[in-house]
Design a protein around this ligand. Structure first.
Ligand code: CP
Length: 309
């Protein structure tokens, strides 16, 4: 297996190859059911997760491999054991690869090199969440019936990423992914929740408000809107006036969603703060692909594991 730490470091053909394999797996999962036979993947979740953790475990099982499932809070890390000692200890049980989520950006790259095992990033701090971006691109391509096999498969599509961009690893990975796949990207966030230095990002358009003539025009013309969770656990300081004001100015409310064209789709990586960044009835509307994203998480992660095997 090979490591997957960032979308940024993938070439467009590498990204499309993972997407293509994920499509093949979803179409015919039986064909890949023994790919990881005899292999053990350490699922090292030092930060909480529902979707990523359970879908990675499911993906390994469906590929015929075995999991060692580890959660930091229920381990001897809570007694002060270091990350390195923890991984070196578990390595003695026989581990072929690591899937890791950690609250520190760069921790996965460091541990992979320190113990000499391939590693797949399941989210590292505010840095990247590459498999989320792969499942998001997969979901859009599937919905729009576009093959990932030709270059720039999302060319001509306009995608909004809105909300807490500053603290979001999902936004970082998706900006790189959508850009490599040819989409036009528009970021919508209060100034306090946008990174001050966008020089490492590909080209994006930025908007600070929905409720301007430009904002309404963009909302009416886009093909997809991805709302991000307000990441209160990472915010060190006052970034927004209050939750009700955040919803009022920056939430995807029923009124704003009604401006979207009927073919536009709504994404959210989850978990959601329903009634804050997105209204419940918008998340549950026929335009929402949120549960499809969850379902496709398994196939995208099988694609990543298979591509790197
Ligand atoms: N989208 C996502 O990473 O969700 P979890 O935190 O539940 O894994």
């Amino acid at each position: 297996m090979e490591s997957l730490i960032t979308i940024r470091d993938l070439s467009e053909p590498q990204l499309r190859a993972i997407l293509s394999l994920s499509f093949q797996i979803k179409k015919n999962p039986e064909k890949f059911s023994s790919l990881l036979k005899g292999k053990t993947v350490l699922q090292l979740f030092v930060e909480n997760s529902t979707r990523t953790k359970l879908s990675f475990e499911t993906a390994v099982r469906k590929l015929g491999g075995a999991n060692i499932a580890f959660t930091g809070g229920a381990s001897s890390m809570s007694k002060g054991e270091s990350l390195l000692d923890t991984v070196q200890t578990i390595q003695q049980y026989g581990v072929d690869a690591i899937v890791m989520r950690h609250s520190s950006g760069g921790a996965i790259d460091w541990i992979s090199k320190a113990v000499g095992l391939p590693a797949i990033n399941a989210g590292d701090g505010q840095h990247e969440h590459p498999t989320q971006a792969i499942l998001d691109a997969f979901t859009l391509l599937e919905h729009w019936k576009i093959s990932p096999d030709a270059s720039s498969p999302l060319a001509g599509k306009r995608v909004i990423i809105a909300g807490d961009i500053l603290h979001s690893r999902v936004a970082r990975s998706n900006i790189h992914s959508f850009s490599k796949l040819g989409a036009e990207i528009i970021l919508v966030a209060p100034k306090t929740l946008l990174p001050s230095d966008l020089s490492l990002f590909p080209k994006v358009t930025m908007m600070n408000r929905w409720d301007t003539s430009q904002g309404k025009e963009i909302l009416a013309g886009v093909d997809a809107v991805m709302m991000l969770r307000l990441q209160l656990e990472r915010q060190k300081g006052a970034f927004i006036p209050s939750l009700p004001e955040y919803r009022h100015f920056w939430g995807l409310t029923r009124e704003r969603a009604s401006l979207l064209k009927s073919s536009a789709v709504i994404l959210h990586p989850g978990p959601m703060n329903a009634g804050v960044e997105i209204d419940s009835e918008v998340a549950e509307s026929s335009q929402s692909l949120i549960l499809k994203q969850v379902e496709n998480g398994v196939y995208a992660r099988m694609g990543v594991l298979a591509c790197n095997s």
